[in-house]
Design a protein around this ligand. Structure first.
Ligand code: NAP
Length: 452
């Protein structure tokens, strides 16, 4: 019996969970998981904070899926460039796009393009050793004493915490050495988290807030007078308790200070000497349940600004894309065409489907829902029967040499050895050339493919 063949584009949690749901389903299926990068695991590798190894350990579960005999990993294949979305549609019985949301939202206020203003997406990718960002250090003026981080979500908190931590706190992470050196040399003393609403509205989670209580060298400052007495919502109540503990805490040896500014929205970035020097903030207030500006303006010194106000996805090949929502239009995971009807054989899972929300595990249910739609659509339809090596032939003809799962294991083992030499568990390889050299041994690219 010929199995169905499904392509999954994106090897982050949503893509790998989609593959898992497929191979565990009632149908006989083989799955090819593509990734633009030579390495799997998407945001678990390049987005989860390097000082959060427990969250990163989810890789162990994802790895088990990649090791299933029905699953292949094809890294360093850029779908939409090396192979088109339409070609994949012809080579497979179904294609699942799980390409995430890789672009930071903009604030659209004056001064946003000044030197020293960056998106959390870029900063996180740089300190996580993402190969697209290996040369990006100059974009982050860590000689600044005062850094402003805009946003009240967990990404903003990750960035603020990592900026506030000492170099010693970070040595046990998997950050590449050049990143660690830059952070160790940083002059940052004050990190300001700017939140446009109140503490009761913040999207930080209590666990992440409470983690700050453990940082012996980081003082935390916030106006306890702004904290409401409590909340009926358990998550909000837990956050308010964490904020109260952070406000009450005394740190004797505070090398750096993390300040929470609530009810403040940025309205302009101010320049001095060709780079950002301050952020103009406007006080906000709640009137009849709506958060509105008061007209009262203050300035906060900032040699570096990180905006962390959410992400949006980018279009993949010719796949329909809703620019307003920043994701692919779908119905129960089935990609919808311009006429609002489902496109045959095209599906989405994860952030490109539902937007950038939830924790890593949220993608498991999200991907499983999409697989329910795939199985329903394949019901009664025989497999196409395209030979598995047909796509290999197409890629080889174009000079594309995918990094296989074994190739990834070579990269993995090289990173572990590099870490061991430095007394660390792992240090990431941050550049395309080395990832390719280690991931596809003995192969020199004949075509001048870009580093994307
Ligand atoms: P997020 O949780 O949606 O937070 C975005 C923040 O940006 C919100 O506080 C929002 O404020 C603010 N914002 C939006 N537009 C703004 C504007 N124009 N001016 C000022 N502030 C603005 O997004 P995220 O932090 O990027 O995180 C994405 C997802 O990943 C979340 O589900 C998050 O929990 C998850 N994540 C989890 C962890 C973890 O578990 N440790 C770590 C990182 C990320 P409003 O609320 O007022 O709109």
């Amino acid at each position: 019996m010929i199995p169905y063949r499904v392509a999954v584009v994106g090897s982050g949690p949503a893509g790998v969970y989609a593959a898992e749901a497929l191979v565990r389903s009632r149908i006989d299926v083989s799955v090819d998981i593509y990734d633009r990068l030579p390495t799997p695991y998407g945001l678990v590798r390049y987005g989860v904070a390097p000082d959060h190894p427990r969250i990163k350990s989810i890789i162990v579960a994802l790895q088990k899926v990649l090791e299933r005999p029905q699953v292949r990993f094809l890294g360093d294949v850029h779908v939409g460039v090396d192979v088109t979305t339409d070609e994949l549609g012809e080579l497979y019985d179904a294609v699942v796009f799980a390409t995430g949301a890789s672009v930071g939202r903009r604030l659209s206020i004056p001064g946003e393009d000044l030197a020293g203003v960056c998106s959390a997406t870029d900063f996180v990718a740089w300190y996580s050793g993402h190969p697209d960002h290996a040369q990006a250090a100059e974009s982050f003026p860590l000689a600044a004493e005062s850094v402003v981080v805009i946003g009240a979500g967990n990404v903003a908190l990750d960035v603020a915490r990592l900026l506030a931590k000492s170099a010693e706190d970070l040595t046990q992470t998997d950050m590449p050495p050049h990143v660690l050196d830059r952070l160790a040399d940083s002059s940052v003393r004050d990190v300001h988290l700017v939140c446009r609403r109140g503490p009761e509205h913040a999207k930080f989670t209590a666990k992440e807030l409470r983690e700050l209580l453990e940082l012996d060298h980081v003082a935390t400052k916030l106006d306890a007078g702004l904290l409401p007495a409590g909340s009926e919502d358990p998550m909000t109540a837990a956050n308010l308790k964490a904020f109260a503990d952070l406000a009450a805490r005394e740190v004797v040896d505070g090398q750096r200070t993390l300040h929470f500014h609530f009810w403040s929205r940025p309205v302009e970035f101010l320049e001095a000497g060709g780079a950002v020097a301050a952020v103009r903030l406007e006080k906000m207030q709640e009137v009849d349940g709506a958060v509105v500006p008061t007209g009262e303006v203050t300035e906060l010194k900032a040699g570096m600004v990180v905006r962390s106000v959410g992400y949006h996805s980018t279009p993949v090949g010719t796949l329909p894309f809703d620019e307003d929502l920043g994701r692919v239009p779908h119905d129960a995971g089935r990609v919808l065409g311009p006429d609002g009807r489902a496109l045959n054989g095209h599906y989405v899972a994860g952030w490109v489907k539902r937007g950038p929300s939830g924790v890593v595990g949220t993608n498991r249910a999200c991907a499983a829902d999409t697989v329910v739609s795939i199985l329903a659509d394949l019901e009664g339809r025989p497999p196409r029967g395209v030979a598995p090596d047909e796509v290999d032939r197409v890629l080889a003809e174009r000079g594309v040499r995918p990094v296989t799962y074994d190739g990834w294991l070579s990269i993995d083992s090289e990173e572990l050895s590099r870490g061991q030499v430095l007394g660390r568990a792992r240090t990431k390889i941050p550049d395309w050339a080395t990832l390719r050299r280690v991931g596809v041994p003995g192969v020199r690219r004949t075509s001048p493919r870009s580093s994307h």
